[in-house]
Design a binder for this molecule. Structure first.
Ligand code: AMP
Ligand code: MG
Length: 409
């Protein structure tokens, strides 16, 4: 049996970021970007009017009291205009500045008398109201994107440079296999000795919180051949396989044997923790396999503690989700010398350990918003002790990203 910390280290060592893929820019939202880019164009691509008004040559108005209206240029006009001497052009925001123009004046400061435009220059200077070409970004400039996560504004900026696709680290393809002859799908009748299958739904929901949609799951009885077939199938298409149940030491716990038959390499089996002691982690050519003990609270706890960090790393996030310290609101006695993960409720300052910590019970998860970790070598915890807490609502938070040098090289 290895410690929780050793288990974490081994999982981190065996997990690699996935290979980058090119996606439509909208699908890059929330993903870690794999590469820097060079700006493909100047932005703006041409000198642009920043106002609705009149475009003119500053020196002309030094001599004349008015300018003659030559025509109109609007945003989107694609044929170039040249300004005649002593003339001006009606111009609108976003229009290309014609040859010969050096200043735009707001229409509010102008008077049109039969095509003669009188201008009040008191609040305008030469060069005003023109957005110079490339003033936001010059063509060829390196845009440092690697490792960053775009928000809507960033996507707008890159789309404005004409970028339609981005290279991102994708989310892994995850397969779910639940084992157990006793399991029945919710919504159907239960016979004596049967229970409703809940782990697959819980895992699908937990993955969906991280933006990973698993369309189907496989259910197998406690049958070696069936289990091997299910694992083989998922090995062909998945980056991560989650199994539930059948990994303990009972006569019908056949998952480990099935994994070996499929050529899965065992990285570790059994961790000094509660819940979730008979927890298996293995690998086969790039696919990570987590065999989670069947008890529902063990499944979810191991998912949060070990599977989430691995998936985070695969998609370019830091391995560790954010953890915080909170003050225990009451005394607590922990039996034994395993690391305990306990369903808890936290607020900004404190943490309460909830009732119902047995591994077959999920009811505390209705209220729980965090898992508390209690160190193995301590039994007695006092009110006011500072404890390490894993808040569940930030478990997929992308605030801290790792360097992606290895991912994109
Ligand atoms: P196992 O690890 O297969 O011995 O299962 C441990 C406990 O978890 C047993 O009480 C099982 O009935 C229960 N269990 C296993 N798989 C599931 C599941 N998918 N949904 C709900 N309970 C399960
Ligand atoms: Mg079982």
């Amino acid at each position: 049996m290895i410690t929780v910390n050793e288990a974490r280290i081994k999982i981190e060592q065996h997990t690699l970021p996935l290979s980058p893929v090119l996606v439509p820019i909208i699908d890059s939202l929330g993903a870690v970007l794999a590469r820097d880019m060079e700006a493909p164009i100047d932005s703006p691509p041409f000198d642009q009017s920043a106002m609705d008004g009149y475009a003119f040559r500053w020196s002309d108005l030094q001599a004349d009291s008015y300018l003659i209206l030559q025509g109109v240029v609007a945003a989107g006009d694609t044929s170039a205009t040249t300004l005649l001497p002593h003339h001006c052009l009606r111009i609108f925001t976003g229009a290309a500045i014609p040859e010969g123009v050096d200043t735009v004046i707001m229409q509010e400061n102008c008077r049109n008398e039969n095509g003669r435009i009188y201008m009040d220059l008191s609040s305008t200077i030469q060069g005003a109201n023109i957005r110079p070409a490339a003033s936001q970004c010059k063509q060829g400039t390196l845009i440092p994107l690697q490792g960053s996560i775009l928000q809507a504004g960033g996507i707008g900026y890159l789309a404005g440079l004409g970028i339609a696709e981005l290279s991102i680290l994708p989310k892994p393809k995850v397969g779910i296999i639940v084992t157990g002859k006793e399991l029945v799908t919710p919504g159907t009748a239960l016979q004596y000795g049967q229970i409703y299958e809940s782990n697959a739904w819980m895992l699908m929901a937990a993955l969906r919180e991280g933006g990973i949609h698993v369309g189907h799951h496989t259910r197998v009885g406690d049958d070696l051949k069936e289990t091997i077939e299910a694992i083989r199938e998922e090995l062909m298409r998945c980056d991560v396989i989650l199994l539930s149940g059948g990994i303990s030491v009972g006569d019908y716990d056949l998952v480990r044997e099935a994994l070996f038959s499929c050529g899965v390499e065992e990285i570790f089996y059994k961790v000094k923790q509660k819940p979730g002691k008979p927890f298996f982690f293995g690998k086969k050519s790039g696919t990570l396999i987590f065999a989670l003990p069947g008890n529902p609270a063990s499944v979810l706890t191991c998912f949060y503690q070990y599977v989430v960090p691995a998936i985070r790393k695969m998609q370019g996030l830091s391995f560790d989700p954010p953890r915080v310290q909170r003050l225990l609101l009451h005394d607590y006695f922990k039996k034994g010398s395993l690391t305990h993960f306990l369903k808890a409720k936290v607020d900004d300052h404190s943490v309460t350990i909830l009732d119902g910590q047995e591994s077959y019970k999920l009811n505390a998860f209705i209220e729980a918003n965090a898992l508390v970790m209690l160190e193995p070598d301590q039994q007695q915890f006092q009110k006011g002790d500072s404890l390490e807490v894993l808040p569940l609502n930030t478990i997929w938070s992308s605030s801290n990203t790792e360097s992606l040098k290895s991912a994109s090289s």
